[in-house]
Design a protein around this ligand. Structure first.
Ligand code: 5GP
Length: 191
C-alpha cells in the first residue's frame, strides 16, 4: 500500500536493527484518515470471505481493528492481556511471548464472543516473530471458528513470523513488508 509506505519512509524511526517506531501515526498518536485507507484495503483484500468478526490484541491493534470493522460492518473483539494464573472455564486462553517487552503473558477472549458460527479476520499493527498472531490463531482454533486470514499493517519480513505462518497455510496479507532496515539507511520495502 503505497500511501502507508510513504508514511513509514517519512515518519518511521528505526531503533537498533529490529524495532520500527511509528508512534506518530500508528500506535500512539493515530492518523485516522490513514486508518480509513488501511481499513478499506483490508476490506478489499478480504471481500467475499464472509468475515463476521474481527479479532485483535490489546492495545495497539484496537484502533486499527475498529476502523477496519466499519468497512466489514461487524464487531471487534480484542484479546485481553492478563496476569491472572487461575482462569475459569469462561474464556479461551493462550500464551504469547511479547516481542517488544520480551516476556510471556497470557491473553484471553470470553467464550461468549467467539464460536463455530464465526468467520474471523485477525488484524494487528505489526508482524515480527509471529507470536502474537499465533496466539490469536490458537484462540480462533479453540473456539471452533473459521479463520479467514490475518491483515497486518507492517510486516518485518526479515523476521520469521510471516513466512512460517504462510507455510502453515494461513492467509497473511501485509500492507507494507519491510525487507531490511537500519538506523543509517532507514527502511527498505520488499515489494
Ligand atoms: P510478534 O509477536 O510477531 O513477534 O510481534 C508482534 C507484536 O509486537 C505486535 O503486536 C506489535 O505490537 C509488537 N511489535 C513487533 N515489532 C514491532 C516494531 O518494530 N515496532 C513496534 N512499534 N511494535 C512492534
Amino acid at each position: 500500500m503505497e500511501l502507508l509506505k510513504q508514511r513509514i519512509r517519512q515518519d518511521g524511526i528505526v531503533k537498533g536493527n529490529d524495532v520500527l517506531k511509528v508512534d506518530s501515526f500508528l500506535n500512539h498518536q493515530m492518523d485516522i484518515a490513514l486508518f480509513e485507507e488501511i481499513g478499506k484495503e483490508f476490506q478489499r483484500r478480504f471481500a467475499n470471505c464472509g468475515v463476521n468478526k474481527i479479532l485483535t490484541i490489546e492495545a495497539s491493534g484496537i484502533g486499527i481493528a475498529c476502523i477496519t470493522a466499519q468497512f466489514f460492518h461487524c464487531p471487534v473483539i480484542f484479546a485481553k492481556k492478563t496476569q491472572t494464573k487461575n482462569i475459569d472455564g469462561e474464556v479461551f486462553a493462550t500464551q504469547v511471548e511479547s516481542f517488544t517487552h520480551g516476556r510471556i503473558y497470557q491473553v484471553i477472549v470470553s467464550k461468549k464472543f467467539l464460536g463455530p458460527q464465526d468467520k474471523v479476520l485477525i488484524v494487528d499493527d505489526f508482524l515480527a516473530n509471529g507470536a502474537a498472531l499465533e496466539g490469536l490463531i490458537d484462540i480462533v482454533a479453540q473456539s471452533g471458528a473459521q479463520l479467514a486470514g490475518a491483515g497486518i499493517v507492517i510486516e518485518k519480513a526479515f523476521q520469521p513470523g510471516g513466512d512460517r505462518l504462510r507455510a502453515q497455510g494461513v492467509r497473511v496479507e501485509s500492507l507494507a513488508r519491510v525487507k531490511a532496515m537500519s538506523e543509517e539507511n532507514g527502511v527498505e520495502f520488499a515489494d
